[in-house]
Design a protein around this ligand. Structure first.
Ligand SMILES: NC(=O)c1ccc[n+]([C@@H]2O[C@H](COP(=O)([O-])OP(=O)(O)OC[C@H]3O[C@@H](n4cnc5c(N)ncnc54)[C@H](OP(=O)(O)O)[C@@H]3O)[C@@H](O)[C@H]2O)c1
Length: 298
């Protein structure tokens, strides 16, 4: 299948790229710089250089595909606005192509606190940081029809390799000080990067896949248990400092409230597609994950 992928250099996008290449698909990666394009070209990946906010840089090229996977996100004040521009441009490209499948990346923070396991039908209660996101999900879902299939993925917090929130915990642990918000009794929905990449590949290629998909390993792990397990995996045990939510808000803004969410999120729709996460826990896999983190940072 010919697939147009945004964010191919990112955490989720690079895992998705690997899964698509493993599946033998022809991928066009949309990237920001010529250097990124040159690196991907070495792996037989076609590239388009441009920027999400300027659809003229990719709209026409994107239309020459059968699948579109949007994982890019610009972390700036204009991020949500630019995401909306990209969603419209990719939907336009999909229509110009006469249909296919478009997969959009949302996230579990749109669910807010979920103290009993939330499936894809759960009511949304987004954290302030992602209050804009449900409207983008809706735009993608409502665009389906005729020969156009659309899917929204809500990944848990991604782990694996050297990036992301869990990657930062490994970094802090090695530097001797981990900070967690409050007591850390809140639970994080999580997903291993390679498993997530596999799910994207499955969604874009499965003719019946459409609608919302949670992507979580269903480990329902408490933050304090993850922090303790990572601390135990270090040669020298780091200090774990508990930061009151108010102080975290002052330092991080609305990101603090997202990290403090207590969420249990299940993924029955992805499971029904035959998706079976290979890892089900951060705490139970810290040796392997630390090794991945170490290799990724060298
Ligand atoms: N990571 C998680 O735990 C997680 C969990 C749930 C949902 N999500 C969501 O998933 C999405 C991707 O997250 P991520 O962790 O993969 O982020 P990431 O590692 O920061 O990757 C972002 C990607 O977007 C690209 N990008 C940024 N601005 C761009 C622009 N203006 N034009 C074109 N490309 C641009 C980046 O390119 P460069 O390499 O050039 O910077 C990079 O490839 C976000 O919407 C995030 O909210 C993430």
């Amino acid at each position: 299948m010919r697939i147009f992928l945004t964010g191919a250099t990112g955490y989720i996008g690079s895992a998705t790229l690997e899964a698509l290449l493993r599946g033998g698909h022809k991928v066009t990666a949309f990237v920001r710089t010529r250097e990124q394009a040159a690196r991907l070209a070495e792996r037989d990946v076609e590239t388009i250089v441009g920027t999400l906010g300027n659809p003229l840089s990719y709209g026409k090229a994107a239309a020459a595909h059968e699948g579109w996977i949007h994982t890019a996100f610009e972390y700036s004040d204009r991020g949500p606005e630019i995401d909306g521009i990209a969603v419209d441009a990719l939907l336009e490209a999909a229509r110009a192509a006469g249909g296919g499948c478009l997969v959009y990346t949302s996230g579990i923070w749109v669910l807010g606190h979920q103290r009993t396991p939330a499936d894809e039908g759960a009511e949304l209660n987004p954290a302030a940081m992602v209050a804009w996101r449900p409207a983008h999900e809706r735009r993608v879902l409502d665009a389906a029809g005729g020969r156009l299939r659309t899917a929204v993925v809500r990944p848990g917090i991604v782990y694996g390799g050297s990036r992301g929130i869990v990657g930062d915990l490994f970094k802090d642990a090695r530097n001797g000080l981990m900070r967690i918000i409050g007591g850390g009794e809140n639970r994080w929905p999580l997903v291993y990067d390679r498993d997530l990449g596999d799910l994207y590949a499955r969604l874009v290629t499965s003719p019946s896949a459409a609608g919302v998909y949670h992507a979580t390993d269903e480990g329902h792990e408490r933050v304090i248990d993850i922090a303790n397990a990572i601390a135990d995996a270090m040669n020298v045990r780091p200090e774990i400092r508990h930061m009151p939510l108010e102080e975290a808000r002052t330092k991080m803004g609305p990101y603090a409230d997202a990290l403090a969410l207590d969420q249990t999120v299940v993924s029955p729709r992805a499971r029904a597609l035959g998706w079976l996460p290979s890892l089900r826990s951060v705490a139970a896999n810290t040796s392997r994950l630390f090794e991945e983190w170490r290799r990724g940072t060298e």
